[in-house]
Ligand binder design. Sequence first.
Ligand code: MLT
Length: 405
Amino acid sequence: MFKVNNNFLKLPGSYLFSTVARKQREYQAAHPEAEIIKLSIGDVTQPLAPAIVERLHEAVSEMGVAETFKGYAPDLGYEFLRSTIAKHDYKSRGVDIAIDEIFVSDGAKCDSANIQEIFDAESKIAVCDPVYPVYVDSNVMAGRTGEYDEKTGLWSNVIYMPCKEENGFAPELPTVVPDVIYLCFPNNPTGATITKEQLQTWVDYANMNNAVIIYDAAYEAYISEDNVPHTIYECDGAKTCAIELRSFSKNAGFTGTRLGFTVIPKELKDADGVSLNALWARRHGTKYNGAPYIIQAAGEAVYSDEGKKQTAEQIAYYMNNAKYIYDGLKSAGYSVSGGVNAPYIWLKTPDNMSSWDFFDYMLDKANIVGTPGSGFGPSGEGYFRLTAFGTYENTVKAIDRIKSL
Ligand code: MLT
């Protein structure tokens, strides 16, 4: 008789955003007249920029001509895209990243879930709390759990680092030394950021303790303030302790087309001198046949002069929404944060309502779907996340509704 992977049974029955989507569907079925506004999952609403669409069309045509047809993409991504990334995302910030340190993939979600495969099964992980649930779930699926604490509902090998109002939503160095540290800045879900000096502290800590940092920089394009690092490699010593994840979904609207990349410097080695870059390359070779040529070609167009200009306009559009939400909620008396360097607004639920009670209240009274903070971890309880990725019209409508509650 076969047996399932029991680790999956340690997880909640469904993924946070699937639960939110199901609740929205159920409410809509019961209230067909309700005009629901979805500000829950961080999915873009603006169409792909013209420069990207144009390159997509060209690339599709190339696939229909014998001379330019492409079969399997190279495991690690086409050189044309990897050299463009190295130049625009790193060289332009004074950071040297070689093209064989860049691994192109079909998005940061998969990479952030899969990267744990190259670490020992007994590794302790540390995550910000609240946290993008993929980091924890993927480690639990891999059995990286340890002892279960009935009282807190937490696993001993998953160290939660509370990020609350009191510490500016920035994690403090953990007292138990982890092996793998997940950091995401600008942060999903709180929208908070840390300064370059704060990030340097983490890099020094990781180097001193032989830990590795998985740095999720998916929201880098939304940074508006100085002294917020765009890449962890701006910090001294980061190449010996950090992996960086990047996404084309949020900076260029590729949520439906899928494209991302991971950077693993060759200097990054474990205590026995084993190269993480080589392990990830080995893993890619076995498990992945590369992002499609047409999508990688479209990805390159993001960095063209027109592509840069057009995607910057989209980001400004979403950040205008963020400001509208932030200001509107503040004037309605809510305690709010985020929304300055990130497309997420993090608000405190009123009257000590639980996150899920506030979710139901918003859905029922204002027909707005957001994401309950507790779905992101224990420190998210009593908070609620709204995204700025809606249309401007819906954003205005949603805030008007909240104000008139
Ligand atoms: C979110 O809403 O947290 C993100 O859109 C989820 C994701 O990027 O997978």
